[in-house]
Ligand binder design. Structure first.
Ligand SMILES: [Zn+2]
Length: 102
């Protein structure tokens, strides 16, 4: 098992998880329920982590993530409805599902 991705925004991690899973790789989340939990934890420890189940899938998973991040060249955008910042690769606001203003 290897850690392949982590981010303070758990939605981003879930997004990556879906993409990697859609390629047929077996992944799982850690700390999924830690975020927003105990205030005793340092922020980094509450980040949701995406792990790959089979080490032999690691290289493929990393290239999938890399390709996804390259394809997300679009600039981050601010939701005009709720003001949340969204990755350029998102067509909808992660928070309120408002569409990208473009
Ligand atoms: Zn929004």
């Amino acid at each position: 098992m290897k850690l392949i991705y982590t981010h303070e925004n758990s939605f981003l991690v879930s997004n990556i998880k879906n993409i990697v899973e859609n390629k047929g790789l077996s992944v799982f989340l850690k700390n999924e329920f830690a975020a927003g939990g105990s205030g005793d934890l340092a922020p980094l420890e509450t980040w949701v982590e995406l792990w790959i189940a089979n080490d032999s899938d690691y290289d493929q998973a990393m290239s999938i993530i890399e390709n996804f991040q390259k394809s997300g060249d679009k600039a981050d955008w601010l939701c005009q409805s709720c003001g949340e910042e969204n990755s350029g690769s998102f067509e909808f606001c992660w928070n309120c599902q408002n569409t990208c203003p473009e």
